[in-house]
Design a protein around this ligand. Sequence first.
Ligand SMILES: Nc1ncnc2c1ncn2[C@@H]1O[C@H](COP(=O)(O)OP(=O)(O)O)[C@@H](O)[C@H]1O
Ligand SMILES: [Mg+2]
Length: 304
Amino acid sequence: MNTDKVVIHIDGLTKHYGNVQALNDLSLDVYQGEIFGYLGPNGAGKTTTIRLLLDLIRPTAGHATILGMDVQRDSVALHRHIGNLPGELGLWEQMTGWELVRYLGELRGGIDEKYVSELAERLDMDMNRRVRDCSSGMKRKIGLIQALMHKPQVLILDEPTNGLDPLVQQTFYQLMREVTAEGRTVFLSSHNLREVEMICDRVGILNKGRLQAVERISALKQVRFRWMTLKVANGADPSAFERLEGVSDVSRENDSIRFRVTGELDPVIKLAAQYHVIDLTYEEPSLEEIFLEYYGEGKKGGQA
Ligand SMILES: Nc1ncnc2c1ncn2[C@@H]1O[C@H](COP(=O)(O)OP(=O)(O)O)[C@@H](O)[C@H]1O
Ligand SMILES: [Mg+2]
């Protein structure tokens, strides 16, 4: 990513629906060539943000530019450079995939049929199928194809992998990497931390209409920790785990020992092997825990 070049510039963007503060004073820059993950639970305001960026709704306050163009004033010109996957795709049920992309393509001045075929093949999509006979996952694929087919400079995708099977998700991730390798920019929303971690350069965490933090994924990964729970036979003594470096917050409940692993895993496993282990879980912390760790007491904060 090229931090010298801001592609999406958002300044104080706010959207209220009556008493509902869907988005509050969002300011954010997205750089050229990055995959920016816009992460938040349902109702956080992700779709609202995306609809504001696409000029589908008007802000209560604030403004945004994409590629230096105002998203409201320059909307028509701008949309030639944007590929967009809405959360809810309105598609014409009678059309086939091909008819649909040709129709949309004409609005944008033609399509590259060879590229569409290539995308369809990679996403394993039969474009001769009528939309009404498509599953939600297939509709999602058509949505992705129409978002990508004109090789836009900026992709704005609302939870793009929802409803895609895991294999197709992998293809999607690969496509996104190719897009950014070409210096193009991706803004995608997600409620899936793992997904964001896997493919994004930076993540913005949205909760209740407020941006909580923006960080590089690489910085967050440095504070990664896991919770381990060992179910062991005959009243095991957890104190040995307490003495291990990189293990903390050891607790014991009945026949289970639970602790946080921040350091190396190997000594933990070697120690656990001395017990009679009946069950073991090794969980990722919640996003909230990661952020508490990152911004918590005595920890260095970081700016992305
Ligand atoms: N057209 C609307 N009218 C009233 N409230 C809305 C409207 N659209 C969204 N909201 C509310 O705004 C908040 C954010 O919604 P949304 O942007 O869809 O969140 P997300 O996409 O993160 O799930 C939610 O509380 C939602 O109910
Ligand atoms: Mg949404």
